[in-house]
Design a protein around this ligand. Structure first.
Ligand code: ADP
Length: 420
């Protein structure tokens, strides 16, 4: 049976207008219930039969689809805890109560978990001749006193939670931004300090070689500032669309480029570089990665920086950074960054990717966590292994772009820049 059959209004139908009392035909009770916006239903005697009628307020409380089939009495009992027991009480009413109509009140519960609501229900056997087709049992639902207050509190709680989670998201983003911008800003500071020292030591008429050094320093500072601008741009993109870019990224060029960004740091710490890029990911080669170039560069810079930091206590002359790229047996690109630093003990290994774990006095401890998320976003893997002698090696495995896709994707700009 659908709503509105058996000569009664459909669930959700607008209340009928009452005509002037003098000329009006007898008003059906259903129209009265609708007019008072009561949550009412007429129940069938047979549990398997659908409800004979329900008011719009009842349909709304039970979230019944507008114009759809009404649930059976058994179905209603399954949704309203306590109704079956109330009906059993009504069936047991004897004598005068049964004749006059039993006006029992039962407590019902609807929904689960935080959506659970307490209801009061009146069940009434309608007297003969009530003029209601389709059913002789009436059910009226009301919210349990105090329930509205609880519902309001629940909504307020939810709002507060949503607000908190939004604040946390913004806070996390600010922390990420601060961490990521720290790197290029630190590098720019170093470069500018170096330039200042050189300028101070420079003769009044500098030769072409000195000028070339200055120009190189200015270029490095410029690179870092552009890098910082791209980080901000990516965060802006993230807040607007949350969509990472998909570009053709030449990882060998990206490695070279990242090393260039850290050039001053490497020199300052006297780090010896050993580069062995065997995977053919040159601009015209066949093994580029499809992904977000800025994200991948951030990962590389972070790992390289960590490696340099870890070698702070290594005697000068033994600070060595070995960078390797190769295609692994599964055909993935693997990058390994090995240092001769402090290494990672068991305790630190367990917490390494936990946000805010840092052994550095000014470290934020979220770099590795972000790196792993960024690599996983590219369907890759990030892990580390201890070195046999000293330090440790961080590894990245990334799937390669298929030749078709690589041909279609826009190039990540850094990969095209000349690498010194
Ligand atoms: P942060 O650099 O701000 O400390 P990270 O998440 O990048 O944050 O690193 C967390 C910690 O992991 C570092 O403080 C350091 O103790 C350890 N770590 C990371 N890379 C290395 C490394 N190459 N060698 C030794 N320890 C490392």
């Amino acid at each position: 049976m659908t709503a509105g059959s058996a000569g009664v209004p459909a669930c959700g139908a607008a209340p009928r207008r009452r005509k002037a009392a003098a000329t009006a035909a007898p008003v059906a009770p259903v129209a009265l219930w609708e007019a008072f916006d009561e949550a009412m239903a007429l129940l069938p005697a047979d549990a398997a039969a659908p409800l004979a009628w329900c008011s719009p307020a009842f349909a709304a409380r039970l979230a019944l689809p507008e114009g759809g089939a009404l649930p059976s009495l058994a179905g209603l009992c399954a949704r309203l805890e306590g109704l079956a027991e109330g009906l059993a009480l009504l069936a047991g009413a004897r004598g005068a109560a049964a004749r006059a109509g039993w006006d029992g009140e039962v407590r019902l519960a609807q929904g689960r978990g935080r959506r659970r609501a307490a209801l009061r229900a009146s069940l009434r056997r309608l007297p003969e001749g009530a003029g209601v087709p389709g059913g002789a049992l009436a059910l009226r639902l009301r919210a349990e006193p105090g329930h509205d207050l609880a519902a309001r509190r629940h909504l307020e709680d939810r709002e507060r939670l949503l607000f908190t989670s939004r604040s946390v998201a913004v806070g996390e983003m600010a922390t990420t931004l601060a961490h990521e911008l720290n790197q290029p800003l630190g590098a720019v500071t170093n470069v500018l300090r170096g330039l200042k020292t050189r300028l101070a030591a420079m003769p009044a008429q500098p030769g072409p070689e000195a000028m070339a050094h200055l120009a190189q320093g200015v270029q490095l500072a410029l690179d870092q500032v552009q890098y910082a601008a791209r980080i901000i741009g990516r965060i802006r993109d993230f807040t607007q669309s949350r969509q990472p870019r998909r570009e053709r990224v030449d990882v060998n060029a990206l490695l070279n480029n990242s090393l260039t960004l850290l050039d001053w740091e490497l020199r300052r710490h006297g780090v010896q570089l050993c580069i062995d890029l065997r995977a053919d990911t040159s601009a015209d080669g066949g093994a580029p990665v499809a992904g977000d170039g800025v994200m991948l560069q951030q990962v590389l810079v972070n790992l390289l920086r960590n490696a340099i930091d870890a070698m702070g206590g290594t005697p000068a002359g033994q600070r060595r950074l070995a960078i390797e790229s190769r295609l692994d047996d599964a055909g993935q690109l693997e990058i390994a960054i090995a240092d001769t630093g402090s290494g990672i003990d068991h305790g630190a290994a367990a917490q390494l990717f936990t946000p805010f774990f840092s052994t550095k006095p000014t470290g934020m401890g979220i770099g590795l966590n972000i790196c792993r998320s960024l690599i996983e976003l590219h369907q890759g893997r990030l892990w580390f292994t201890p070195n046999a002698k000293r330090g440790c090696t961080f590894h990245i495995a990334l799937p390669l772009a298929g030749p078709d896709e690589a041909g279609r994707l826009p190039r990540f700009l850094d990969a095209e820049e000349p690498v010194s």
